[in-house]
Ligand binder design. Sequence first.
Ligand code: ADP
Ligand code: MG
Length: 720
Amino acid sequence: MNRRTRLIFLALSLLLLVGVGKYVSGNFEFLLKEFWFTAGFLLLILLSLIDQPHFSKDSSIFINAVTAGISLLLVNEENRNWIFWLFLGVTFYLAISSYIILWLRNKPLNQENKWLQFFSRINREIGKPQTLFSAFFLWGAVNKFGVNSNQFNALLLYWVLFMIVNLPSVSKIINSLFEKNAEKKEEFALGTIFGVQSKNTFLVKLFPERKEIIKLFDFVEFVYSIDEKKKTRKGLILDSYLLNEEQWIKVLTTKEINEIFENKDIYSNHSDDLIYLIKNVPETEYLDKFIGIITENSTISKIRFIYNSKTKISEGQLLELSVQGTKVLYQIIEGITKIETLEQKNQTGLIIGEAIQLGTWNNEKLQFEQFGWVPSINTPVYIASKINEPEIEENEYIVGEIPDTNYPVIINKDTALSHHLAVIGVTGTGKSIFSRNLIRQYLQDKNTKVICVDFTGEYKGKFNDLKPVKIVSDEDEEKLYQTFEWVSNELQKFGNQQNKEKLKDADRFIRDTLNSSLEQFMRSEDVQISIFELPDVSNSSGILEYTRQFFKALFYLAKTENNFGKRVCIVLEEVHTVVPEWTFVGISDKSSQSLLNSIAQIALQGRKYNVGLLVIAQRTANVSKTILTQCNTVISFQEFDKTSSDFLANYFGQEISKVLPNLKFRQAIAAGKALKSSVPMIFEVPEIKEPEDKPKEENNERPTKAISNAGESSKIKNDE
Ligand SMILES: Nc1ncnc2c1ncn2[C@@H]1O[C@H](COP(=O)(O)OP(=O)(O)O)[C@@H](O)[C@H]1O
Ligand SMILES: [Mg+2]
């Protein structure tokens, strides 16, 4: 009988007894005065139903004996016949012997000395409430009413009924009346708990004869015997093993699983530690979100989890879990297979995922904030849920989102421009289209001018809608090249043969032409963008010189005139085509070095004068370190080579840089000053649609110049 049934039974028995008592004695005085009632039936009912429903321990026997002895004192002097003295003797014997046994015993009974076992067992039989107090009751009732009286027979009948009903087998039958689910529930019993791992994960040994077939991710219900409050728990079957010919399962319990069932119990009167299968599971998205549980060797910055899920995941995926009650987000960077040996020969295969901490999401500031602690073992890991649509400031732009989420990666356009930005990645990963899109964002500020230095010819026609201009007119350009050529020839002569006067004039001419062209571009209100393409000349050192003089003039204007109040972004598309590598044949080290110096000067000091760089490169090795280290924001698409990953590992951190070779199409890692969140993260660039190129006829009208001598220029476009 369980506790509730016993209480009901107790109440009914008492009620009936009071009724029978009233019937036999005519009033209620027996409740206090009569021995048969107080010492007999009342104690019989109370002790057998409440105190010792299953069996009586030695200590209970002692208490029974003392209670019995005291209650015997209720018997009047005239009724104290030999039976009375026998009862008193027995109670004395029970009290004393039980007390001695209590003192002597210190082992489980079946391991004790056999005399001790003998006396303890005898005492338990004599001293249990059913024996002792039944005897008292019968004797008291006979004394009071006489054997042949109706009253005695009524009480006897009542006693017989009570004793029969109180038999374990009968009580079980009665019990099943109250327990509706009891019988049915047993069909769904799967096994018993035999181990627990960090409070929320249970190991269960399955019954070989269980009736139900179970699958991974089935839900179960149980009561764990060690729980103080004995609350029912819901769990999820995570894993199953076959060990020593026994089947085990691993069951995870979480608050969230309880919530699927609205915290309601499916079964009642669970046997402790038995696991029951839940057949009807309400509709839930839990299994779509559940990924696994935290495992050993997790750290604050990087978690490791056992992947145990119905849901597919991949690198870049955002995960959330609760650390000390706070929701912390992590991004997957690695998956590792592992074999775990369970016992001797049995093995199980696992997948361990690794994810780096992005932190907690601050929805006001729209950024991640670092969280300073590690999750505990077996913490459930979920796919991050959606957040509210972010509202960004005017000078901000969402460059992309964390893969499969709506967590935005927000860049501050002002900082990105002024503190230089580098876009890195192998060919075809989307650097150029990403950069052009960013340039369009920069240009939304009407005070910004963009000069794209593109020797690859890729930008041709891409900005037609913005009506790009040529800063230096074709005519002036022609003259400039002639001048460069003349100067270069002149400089090859011996010093005393050079025409110093004419050289000075040439220098002034170059400077003035470039300055005035640039000034015109800066001052104009309606054009914002210019594309600096590979010029139509055969002399590659002339191109280098031209480019160098151009940057020099630009920097001069920035320094002296502050660009006439404009902000300037210089885009260096495929930077190695603009500043060729030193080893490149046919180019004098000197002119390439001085071009590099003029760009480096802008990189180092441009910020002071409102000039920023947007450097696009395939490999970091191709870019001067002076320029690259000045880029305070880096966005890197897929990269394979070691120099690049070493450089980027310094910038992004070792862990996340490992994913660089695995980045998918349109995925990149972003970090740096211009990004809202300071932690590096993997994000996905949205599908970018560029405005359609204008029809051919119109193309010819635009002021930019086509490349005609592809043969020559291909020298400079060494590369991919
Ligand atoms: N975000 C994107 N949206 C749309 N198309 C893209 C995107 N990223 C890359 N592409 C496609 O990939 C191709 C290569 O992109 P591109 O920017 O030229 O690469 P890269 O400059 O790195 O060599 C483009 O032609 C474009 O069609
Ligand atoms: Mg490109």
